[in-house]
Design a protein. Structure first.
Length: 250
């Protein structure tokens, strides 16, 4: 009678041999991806157009703000993106000068495609230090550490980052009660051409209200002084605040 242990060892040996064998070439990921790569290469010659049907553009939260309330009556065609510079209400030099005059020492930021155009001027300023973080939630914590260390930081992020960073914001502004001020870009407020029906217009201001943050909407180039006024008011009251900067195309 054959030993069951010998049969078991033989089975294990056969299994290990099969495991060590190379799979047939037709089963390798590389070969299976070739048709897909060729398809992408061919498609790149004629980039696809994406049709997004929509009934109407989203209205900004609770108001008659006309700039972002244009109704769309036909499907919108989004072309493949091409690099371009988006217009901003304020130049980088204006913002750098304003922050310097306000005594800001550090700009803690993840720049978006609009506010990011201020980067060069902020970096070139001798009195400002730009601190880039990986996630928006880190921006509040880094700013908190700078404030507790005696600096005067400001957080600069987009409204999408505001949504992402809620718990860190709550911790810093309400648990620690630190008067951190922020400049937040309000995506698609001036134009929904790139993202029709952008729900940032639905949620940004209610989220700020929910977090009980005193904010000032800045939607005209003539309101640069309003940022200064709101910052100084919040600082005098030792409370956090936000300058909500209206942006155009996302």
């Amino acid at each position: 009678m054959p030993s069951p242990f010998k049969s078991s060892r033989a089975a294990r040996h056969a299994g290990s041999q099969r495991a060590n064998e190379s799979p047939p070439a037709t089963q390798t990921p590389f070969v299976s991806l070739v048709p897909f790569v060729l398809f992408l290469f061919k498609s790149s010659e004629n980039p696809p157009r994406i049709e997004i049907p929509t009934d109407a553009a989203i209205r900004p939260h609770g108001s008659d703000r006309r700039q972002a309330c244009t109704f769309l009556t036909a499907p919108v065609t989004i072309e493949s993106a091409t690099p371009h510079t988006k217009p901003t209400m304020f130049s980088g030099s204006q913002i750098a000068s304003l922050f310097t005059e306000l005594g800001i020492t550090h700009v803690v930021t993840i720049p978006d495609s609009t506010l990011g155009q201020w980067d060069r001027a902020l970096e070139d300023s001798e009195s400002l230090r730009v601190v880039r973080v990986c996630r928006e939630g880190e921006a509040w914590e880094v700013a908190a550490g700078l404030y507790l260390g005696g600096a005067t930081p400001i957080v600069m992020i987009q409204c999408t980052g505001l949504f992402e960073s809620g718990d860190a914001l709550r911790n810093v502004l309400h648990d620690w009660k630190l008067p951190i001020f922020a400049v937040i870009g309000y995506r698609s407020y001036l134009s929904q051409e790139t993202i029709p029906g952008d729900t940032c217009l639905v949620f940004t201001e209610p989220v700020l209200d929910a977090w009980r943050i005193d904010y000032r909407l800045i939607d005209k180039p003539s309101q640069l002084a309003a940022i200064r006024e709101h910052y100084e008011t919040c600082r005098a009251a030792s409370k956090p605040g936000v300058a909500l900067i209206a942006e155009g195309k996302a």
